[in-house]
Design a protein around this ligand. Structure first.
Ligand code: TA6
Length: 288
C-alpha cells in the first residue's frame, strides 16, 4: 500500500469504487465515497474493530454490508412507499470528499458531504485511537416548512463468537423488540446476551453501551451524543440465509450497536436548523 507521507490516499478498489485509505503509526482505516461508508478501522495494538461481510456488494445502487452504513432520512422500511430502499438514500449516494487532515497525534480527520433533498449532510470521520463519527444534518433556511428525519450510524462490530459476548449499559432502558414481532418491553435489568435473532430499538436512551468480548479479550465502548435511540442487532441463522450479501455462517462473528434517532426519537428540523448525531467508539484490552 503506497500510502503517501500524510498517511492517506484515494484508491479505486477492484469493484471500481473509490475509497480513502488511511494509515499512521496509531491507526489504519478506510472510508468509501459510496455512502461515505466507513469499512475498516484498526487502532494500533488491537484486532480490526469493524466487521465486513465477505459477500458484501460493492455496487453504486446497493449498500455495502458491514462497517458503518449511514441510514438517512428514514430507518428500516420506508414508512409509506415500499418501493423505496430500506434505511433511506444516504448509504447509496456518492458523497464528496471535502477535506482530509493528519492530526499531530497521528489521527486522520476526513470530511465528506452530500445532500438528500431537502437536507444537507456533512460527515466527519476521525480515525484515531478512537473512532469518532459525526453526522450533521442541516435544513436550509430556504426550506418551505419544518422537516422530520430519522438517522442511524449502523455500526457492525467484529466479535469472536456472538454467544460469548454481552452488552452492558442498557439494562435500565425500555426497548422495542422487533422479533418475533414488534413489542414494547420493560427494561430487562440485565446485560444483553445472544441466543437467537435479536433486533431491538432502545428508545429515549442516551446511555453508553459496552460490548464485552472474552474471545478477543477486549471491550468496545460506544458513547454518543445527539442520539436518543440505540439499536442492537444480530440476524442469527435464518435471516443470515435470507440475505444474499451476508454469508450463511457469518452471524456468529458480528453484532450491530447503532447510534440512532428512530421512531419516537426522530428529529424535527426547522428551516435553517441543524442536528448532529455523534458516535464515539473506543477499544480497550480485557473484556470485563
Ligand atoms: O438495524 C437492524 C435492522 O433494521 C434489521 O432489521 C436488519 O434489517 C438490518 O437493519 C439490516 O438492514 P439492511 O437493509 O442493511 O439489510
Amino acid at each position: 500500500m503506497n500510502t503517501n507521507s500524510q498517511g492517506y490516499h484515494l484508491q479505486t478498489d477492484s469493484h471500481g469504487l473509490q475509497k480513502l485509505v488511511v494509515q499512521s503509526d496509531i491507526v489504519s482505516g478506510e472510508v468509501y465515497l459510496h455512502g461515505a461508508h466507513v469499512s475498516a478501522w484498526k487502532p494500533a495494538g488491537h484486532h480490526p474493530v469493524l466487521w465486513m461481510s465477505r459477500e458484501s456488494w460493492f455496487e453504486d445502487a446497493r449498500p455495502i454490508r458491514g462497517g458503518v452504513p449511514i441510514c438517512f432520512p428514514w430507518f428500516g422500511p420506508h414508512p409509506t412507499d415500499s418501493s423505496q430502499p430500506a434505511h433511506g438514500l444516504a448509504r447509496t449516494r456518492q458523497w464528496t470528499l471535502t477535506n482530509v487532515r493528519r492530526c499531530d497525534d497521528g489521527a486522520i480527520e476526513v470530511w465528506l458531504q452530500t445532500s438528500v433533498d431537502p437536507f444537507q449532510l456533512s460527515y466527519r470521520v476521525l480515525f484515531g485511537a478512537d473512532l469518532i463519527l459525526t453526522l450533521t444534518t442541516k435544513l436550509p433556511p430556504t426550506a418551505a416548512a419544518p422537516q422530520p428525519f430519522e438517522d442511524a450510524l449502523h455500526t457492525y462490530f467484529h466479535v469472536a463468537e456472538i454467544q460469548q459476548i454481552s452488552i452492558s449499559g442498557l439494562e435500565g432502558v425500555r426497548y422495542v423488540d422487533r422479533v418475533p414481532q414488534v413489542e414494547e418491553r420493560e427494561a430487562a435489568g440485565t446485560v444483553i446476551r445472544f441466543g437467537q435473532e435479536t433486533d431491538r430499538i432502545y428508545r429515549n436512551s442516551v446511555e453508553t453501551a459496552v460490548l464485552h468480548d472474552p474471545g478477543l479479550n477486549r471491550k468496545i465502548t460506544v458513547g454518543k451524543s445527539g442520539s436518543r435511540s440505540t439499536v442492537v442487532w444480530n440476524p442469527w441463522i435464518d435471516k443470515s440465509r435470507r440475505m444474499p450479501d451476508f454469508g450463511d455462517d457469518e452471524w456468529t462473528g458480528m453484532v450491530c450497536i447503532e447510534t440512532a434517532n428512530v421512531g419516537s426519537d426522530a428529529i424535527m428540523l426547522q428551516p435553517g436548523q441543524s442536528h448532529t448525531t455523534q458516535a464515539m467508539i473506543s477499544v480497550s484490552h480485557g473484556s470485563e
